[in-house]
Structures are given as structure tokens and as C-alpha cells.
Design a binder for this molecule. Sequence first.
Ligand SMILES: *Cc1c(COP(=O)(O)O)cnc(C)c1O
Length: 224
Amino acid sequence: MGIKDQINAINNTLKGTSARLIAVSKTEPNEMILEAYHAGQRDFGENKVQDLVSKYEQLPKDIRWHMIGHLQRNKVKYIAPFVHLIHGIDSLKLLKEVNKEGAKNDRIINCLLQVHIAEEETKFGLSESELQEIILPDTLDQLPFVRIKGLMGMATNTDNETQVEKEFENLNKLFKSVQQNHDHSALDISELSMGMSGDYHLALKHGSTMIRIGSTIFGARNYQ
Ligand SMILES: *Cc1c(COP(=O)(O)O)cnc(C)c1O
């Protein structure tokens, strides 16, 4: 199947859910992104600041760009003027930097807090207690240029579907509790970003609102 067919097929499985597709275009050339764009896709995710900036400059301006990877503090300034949503906020320090750059650009920047749900040590993310600390009113009062739109997580890379489902279910529970128990102008908790090519069907069962799909759409990636 081509890019367009893949996008249509995924959008079909999303009918009747409240989730939408973020096409992960990391490592993909502009021609392939444009093919997805012409199929109607507008949300794209990249995991490297340099690529995000150059693709933003070269591609249509109505694309909504998502920063999905680990973000270094010293690079926030490059994406602050245009990024639609930062999925990978994994420290208060990073969030403060986003706030600072939001102020400079006079725009409120949408963010997701990345929670560590996988078994692997290697994946980035906040522990539940670190998350709770960030969403304290006293902390949020100091962050007028960020809006926390929800949570993001990556499940363990395993064939054990029971385990993956358990991790998604736990993240969904946390998402709901944050949504219900916190009321602050910096919080607008409505998005739960979880699910990739290998596990998005499971993520959808557990309330994902954003699935981040790369290889199913574009084929296996060639890392340089
Ligand atoms: C690469 C990547 C994806 C997409 O992975 P696929 O398996 O190609 O669908 C999703 N989320 C993040 C954070 C990624 O880095």
C-alpha cells in the first residue's frame, strides 16, 4: 500500500474514536511528507530539532508540527516560534525553559508531560511523583506561557500484549485523575498521546487521543 492508502486505512480505524493520527515523518524526505499532506494529513511529528526546523521552513505552513522526541533545553528556542505541541516534557527545568521561550515569542506553547510507563530504563519520562510536583498550583503559577494539554507515554517494546495494555491502562488512569483533580489555567488536560505502529491498536483500547505512526505509513526507516 502507498502512503495515501495507509493514511486512509488508519483513519478508518480511528472512526468512532476520539483519537487522531500524528504522522511521524522523522528521517523521511519532503516528497514523502508532501504525499501524506496531499492525502489530507496535517499533523506531523519529528524527533530532532534541526529536522523539525528545516521541514517547517520548506513545507506548507498549515502543517501542525509536533516535537515527539527528547528535547534538550538549549534547543527549545529554535522551535518555540512555531511548534504546535511538544510531546516530550520530562522535567520541570525543561518546562521552565519552554515558558521562557514562550514569553520571548509572546505565545503560549502547548505541551504534554511524558510519563515513564515502560519497563526499560532507557526511555525518558517523569515518574508519577515528579509529575505531581509539576502540576502543583504554586509551580504552574510561574509558567504563564505554557499550557499542559495532557500526557504522553511509550510502552515497553515487547510482544507481550498483556504487559503493553497494562502500561497503557495505567497511563490512562493517571490521565483521568489529573484531568479530574486539577483545576488551573495552565492545565487543559484533554490529550493522551500513546501508541505507535506496533501497538496503536492496544493504545486505542485504552483511551489514546493521539497515535504517533511512522513506519506503517512511510515504510521502514533508513537511519543515516
Ligand atoms: C519514531 C517514533 C514513533 C513512531 O514509531 P513507528 O514505530 O515508526 O510508528 C512514535 N513515537 C516516538 C516518540 C518516536 O520516536
